[in-house]
Write a protein that binds this ligand. Structure first.
Ligand code: NAD
Length: 475
């Protein structure tokens, strides 16, 4: 079995304990993983704290930090194939998606490499002739970056990139489900030449490793991506030390289609929006809100596309939908789909786990028109689309906003005046109009409501990893 290690203080180690990682395509163990408990966590945080305050990192110019980040970006690009294969094997995410995503992981590191020496302080025009006053931007401190199992390399990059550009040091906690790609990525951090302790990468379970990390008094900021109930524990634990938090959480994103939309193109976006990554995406467009007059036509197009999707081994390039990451997730989906059908939702397609090894669940569509269906409220993190219908723009908005979440949204119409009206009133951190799932390192990303606080991507994300120091100098 392949074996992975932690990366703490510039060295690779086996961890206090070990556990087996399951290949979701077969349901059997494929690799041995290190498991950090409190002692490993403490050593990692201490190493990050030392690297923040002594040695070459705090003395390094911002341009030199940027060069290290450029080197890291190049190494990610050069090792893309290997990283993609490990991510696919460890999480079940199909190779086409892991390969495509790693290409833009490298772009995120490049973007923050370029930003490192463009983070500026300010000179203030105080009304005192004998005083010079300015603001210095300094790193916020040791950052704990905690990521879930889907897209670990990407979700870590949007934290590691801006934090290093700002001069912080980090302890990155990979998810216990599929930590392989991030532990492998640690080898590239090492090769890039970051000083020991600047980036530490560990994995372990939430209740032990995650809790110890968020409670540690030397952690200044917790950058968390995961579910809302975990986020509450993270906030409670970090509040003990008054550490700040940024939270990227779940979603139940509306995908609104008006009758005047290009239905074929909207259907393609909807299929990718809900079935990509086997639905295990925070921005999954899981609530279709469709104008009643075109519902039957649109669902017929979707059904045909959903049934034509190639389900298979995630390592095959021809596969379009692979397994779910865990059996736990599949059981949740089975339960919610069954209770939705009992509540009156009509099954358009799918709806039953596949009879084959591994954690496979097929693309599923539920027509929930006029039904109080649990599938409409619960974030399923799986390939399940719930369809609802509307007659008027107001109805569409009411349905779209009828959720405590507010991560992403999709709007399909050819009426741009209406699009502008809707954009202003949709409660979500992202509105995609006549497109879905577009991302760029330049564009900030984050949620409204229970989908989170703070933004990742863009210049502001790097500033969020700084604090200002006001300097008064008598001249
Ligand atoms: P999760 O909340 O169960 O776990 C996320 C991470 O938190 C894991 O590393 C886990 O070990 C850790 N953790 C668990 N308990 C902890 C604790 N008490 N203290 C500290 N850390 C702890 O989430 P998951 O099931 O792995 O991932 C799915 C969730 O992530 C979904 O809700 C999804 O929408 C969300 N997500 C959000 C985004 C985004 O950018 N908004 C992106 C991807 C996933």
């Amino acid at each position: 079995m392949k074996q992975f290690q932690h990366y703490i203080d510039g060295a690779f180690e086996d961890g206090e304990a070990r556990f087996a990682s399951i290949d979701p395509a077969t349901g059997t163990p494929w690799a041995g993983m290190p498991e950090a408990r409190e002692a490993d966590v403490n050593r990692a945080v201490e190493a990050a704290y030392r690297a923040l305050n002594s040695g070459s990192w705090p003395a390094m110019t911002a341009t030199a930090r940027g060069k290290l980040l450029y080197r890291l970006a190049d190494l990610v690009a050069e090792n893309a194939q290997k990283l993609a294969e490990i991510e696919t094997q460890d999480t079940g995410k199909i190779i086409r998606e892991t390969s495509a995503q790693i290409a833009y992981v490298a772009e995120y590191y490049r973007y923050y490499a370029g930003l490192a020496d463009k983070i500026e302080g300010a000179h203030l025009s105080i009304d005192k002739p004998d005083m010079d006053v300015w603001l210095r931007r300094e790193p916020v401190g040791v950052v704990a970056a905690i990521v879930p199992w889907n897209s670990q390399l990407f979700l870590a990059a949007v934290k590691i990139g801006p934090a290093l550009a700002a001069g912080c040091t980090l302890v990155v906690k990979a998810s216990e489900d599929g930590p392989g790609p991030l532990l492998e990525f640690a080898r590239l951090v090492h090769e890039a030449g970051f000083p020991a302790g600047v980036v530490n990468i560990i994995t372990g379970f939430g209740a032990t490793c995650g809790a110890a990390l968020t409670k540690h008094p030397k952690v200044a900021h917790v950058a968390f991506t995961g579910g809302p109930s975990t986020a509450r524990q993270v906030v409670r634990n970090s509040a003990e030390n008054l550490a700040t938090t940024s939270l990227e959480l779940g979603g139940k994103s509306p995908f609104i289609v008006f009758a005047d939309a290009d239905l074929e193109s909207a259907a393609n976006a909807q299929v990718a929006g809900i079935f990509a990554a086997t639905g295990q995406s925070c921005v999954a467009g899981s609530r279709l809100i469709i104008e009643a007059s075109v519902k039957d036509r649109f669902l017929a197009i979707l059904k045909a596309k959903a049934e034509a999707v190639a389900i298979g081994s995630p390592l095959e390039r021809s596969t379009e939908v692979g397994p779910l990451c865990t059996d736990r997730q599949r059981k949740l989906i089975e339960t919610v789909v069954a209770s939705s059908i009992s509540a009156g939702a009509k099954l358009v397609t799918g709806g039953k786990s596949l009879d084959r090894p591994g954690f496979y669940y097929p693309p599923t569509i539920l027509d929930c028109t006029g039904v109080n269906s649990p599938s409409v409220e619960t974030e399923l993190f799986g390939p399940v689309l719930s369809a609802l219908t509307f007659e008027t723009e107001e109805d569409a908005l009411a349905l779209a906003n009828d959720t405590p979440f507010g991560l992403a949204s999709g709007l399909f119409t050819q009426n741009l005046t209406r699009a502008h009206r809707m954009i202003k009133r949709i409660h979500a951190g992202v509105v995609w109009v006549n497109t879905y799932r577009a991302v760029s390192p330049i564009a900030p990303f984050g949620g409204y409501g229970q989908s989170g606080q703070g933004r990742e991507g863009g210049l502001a994300a790097a500033l969020d990893y700084t604090k200002t120091k006001t300097v008064w100098l008598r001249t």
